[in-house]
Design a protein around this ligand. Structure first.
Ligand code: MLT
Length: 203
């Protein structure tokens, strides 16, 4: 997969897996990662799907309606890519934390729904429920920060709550942070995510 890898100065921190939103690319979330943990290594990936020229991580049938078969295929593909990259670049595969926005947050959530040890944690900005009717693996070693907008036109409040409930039921440690706005990512959420990251991974 097209990507950028940058080794960080602090090898004890998790490697940050950066996953952009629809129409984005592997450059997009680098400033965000620098705000959250400048000293961490990053693996920033471009989604393999193109929708009218816009990169994405999996196909959708309509806005908010996912192509489930493709979602599962792409989730496995990304999971394997992270494993190969750990080999190539020499980072710890068991210590990877995703930072995803929108479509990128959705595939990060999907990694958690389908694979037990794919991610040590995740910062999910404006994520949806990736899939329904599946049993999640035991996520007792997984910590998740969810940033959401109370007036997100793409993601009803109830859907974010359903995502939180699914993850908690699978024993993940979940922190929610709500902003008054919509689907856009705002600075307040990024600051909260940084606080959460520091508390969770710098102890
Ligand atoms: C998705 O397709 O993942 C969601 O609708 C969010 C987005 O627009 O990317």
């Amino acid at each position: 997969m097209k990507h950028i890898y940058k080794e960080g100065s602090n090898k004890n921190l998790p490697t940050l897996l950066l996953l952009h939103g629809t129409g984005g690319n592997e450059q997009d979330l680098i400033p965000l990662a620098n705000m959250i943990a400048q000293d961490a290594s990053i693996l920033s990936v471009r989604g393999n799907i193109l929708e009218n020229g816009m990169p994405r991580f999996f196909r959708r049938l309509a806005e908010g309606v996912f192509d489930e078969e493709d979602l599962v295929f792409r989730t496995n593909e990304l999971n394997e890519f992270v494993t190969e990259s750990a080999d190539t670049y020499g980072f710890d595969r068991s210590n990877v934390v995703a930072i995803g926005y929108s479509n990128g947050a959705n595939i990060a959530a999907s990694m958690m729904y389908h694979h037990q040890r794919s991610l040590k944690g995740g910062i999910l900005f404006h994520a949806m429920v990736p899939r329904r009717g599946v049993d999640l693996p035991n996520l007792s070693d997984t910590s998740v920060f969810i940033g959401a907008g109370k007036r997100d036109p793409l993601i009803p409040l109830e859907e974010t709550k359903e995502l939180v409930k699914d993850l908690e039921k699978a024993n993940a440690k979940v922190s929610e942070f709500w902003v008054d706005g919509g689907h856009q990512l705002v600075r307040e959420e990024v600051e909260k995510a940084k606080e959460w990251f520091d508390q969770t991974y710098r102890g």
